[in-house]
Structure formats: structure tokens, C-alpha cells
Design a protein around this ligand. Structure first.
Ligand SMILES: [Zn+2]
Ligand SMILES: [Zn+2]
Length: 242
């Protein structure tokens, strides 16, 4: 077998985090599926793993802070997202069932950001030229429970009838991203594809540590994403023609 490590390791079919033996999804994605089923994202694609203590995890914290290095972190994240969409956007659109690509873009609100500041939206808008469907956390944000819950989000802008690219910076449990996907679908979005900059991994968690071990011993080819890896297709060749 010539498959990249994360195909042979037990990873969640939805978020690519570690999953227990015999389970197709991690606990949180299983709960989300039972709570919200068809209202969830049609596909979730993490670009990378944000390993606690690592560069990507640091960038994802720093870029929306006022700390030194925020601007450099933003540049790295923008480059990562634009490169991914250029090389693997087609993988995402195909998997989400939107063959012509998204017609709108949205970002998952962090709920902790500075009032009025949307650092992730700034990153996304510099990579993607699409109408923005805005998701706004309402005043009840602090009281929202874990898991999928749409009551804390308001949608404005072009969601009805749209195929939406929904970008999140960090996926921990997926509650915020799936709540945002469900809110967009309640606002009559047709399909929602979630692209996540970093899927959080904490090496202190044994299953995450096992996944990290596999990723480090057999890293997936740099030219693939979680959708096109292992298919035997040369994505770069196809994307040049397209
Ligand atoms: Zn999962
Ligand atoms: Zn791909």
C-alpha cells in the first residue's frame, strides 16, 4: 500500500482528527451528526494539522492578536490558504457537490475576537473574490453550549440559494464551524464546504500522539490534500490543464 499515513491511521471521516478503533468519526463529529445531520457541512477539509506548540498553532493564535509577529503570521496563513485553494479548490468543490465552485464565502466567527475586527475575513477576502455572507455572533454567545447550536449566529448577505465556502481558522471540536454551516443552511444555503486552516492536535492526548507518530513517520506527499491523497491522480497535472 502506498497510501499516506493518515489514510492508514484511524482518522475521523469528517474532521481528520483521531478516531477510536472501530469508529468512522471522532466523538464530537458523531454527536454533531446525530444532532444536526443534513444541516452540517457537506465536506470538511483541514489544510493542515495545528499541533499544540507548533508553528501553525502559534500562527493561528498570533494572527488575530496584537502581539509581535501578528502580521508575519497573517502573511503565512494567507499564503497557505491561497495556495491550497489554487491547488485543491477543485477537490473541495467536487467533494461538496458544487462542480462549478462556490458562489459565496463566509468565515466562522471566533466569538473571542476584538469587537469589529475580522482578521480571518481579511485573510479570506485577500484570497477569494466572492460575495460575503456574514455570520455574526449574537449577544447570547457566552451562553452557547458545546456542540452544534445555531441560535447564537445571525446570517446576513447572499446565503439563500448559494453554494458557500466557509472558512474556519482552527478546528478543535468543530462545534463553531458546524453551527455556522447549519446557520447557513437554515438561511437556505444549498451546500456548504468547510475549509479549516488547522485541525488542532494536542500531543498530550494519546490518540492524537499516535496520529502524529504516523504523520511524522510517513508524511503525506506535499502536493496532495486529504481529498486527493491516495487516489493515484496527479493533481498538479490536472490543475494546469484546468
Ligand atoms: Zn471528527
Ligand atoms: Zn486535493
Amino acid at each position: 500500500m502506498d497510501l499516506p499515513g493518515y489514510r492508514t491511521c484511524r482518522t475521523c471521516r469528517t474532521c481528520r482528527g483521531p478516531a477510536a478503533a472501530g469508529f468512522a468519526r471522532c466523538y464530537q463529529c458523531d454527536v454533531a451528526a446525530s444532532q444536526a445531520g443534513g444541516a452540517l457541512a457537506d465536506v470538511v477539509v483541514p489544510i493542515g494539522y495545528a499541533v499544540k506548540g507548533g508553528q501553525l498553532a502559534d500562527d493561528l493564535r498570533r494572527y488575530k492578536s496584537e502581539r509581535a509577529g501578528a502580521a508575519a503570521a497573517t502573511v503565512r496563513l494567507r499564503s497557505m490558504l491561497s495556495g491550497f485553494l489554487r491547488d485543491h479548490g477543485d477537490c473541495v468543490w467536487r467533494s461538496a457537490g458544487m462542480p462549478d465552485g462556490p458562489t459565496a464565502v463566509a468565515v466562522v466567527p471566533s466569538g473571542q475576537g476584538r469587537a469589529g475586527a475580522h482578521p480571518l475575513l481579511d485573510v479570506v477576502r485577500s484570497c477569494v473574490d466572492l460575495p460575503v455572507a456574514r455570520l455574526t455572533a449574537g449577544p447570547a454567545t457566552a451562553a452557547r453550549c458545546r456542540g452544534v447550536s445555531v441560535g447564537w449566529l445571525r446570517v446576513s448577505g447572499p446565503a439563500a440559494g448559494a453554494d458557500v465556502l466557509l472558512v474556519d481558522d482552527t478546528w478543535v471540536s468543530g462545534g463553531s464551524a458546524q453551527s455556522a454551516a447549519a446557520a447557513l443552511k437554515l438561511a437556505r444555503a444549498v451546500r456548504v464546504a468547510v475549509v479549516v486552516l488547522g485541525r488542532h492536535l494536542d500531543p498530550a492526548d494519546p490518540r492524537s500522539a499516535a496520529l502524529l507518530g504516523v504523520l511524522r513517520s510517513a508524511p503525506p506527499p506535499a502536493s496532495t490534500c486529504v481529498l486527493c491523497a491516495g487516489t493515484g491522480l496527479s493533481f498538479r497535472a490536472r490543475s494546469r490543464r484546468g
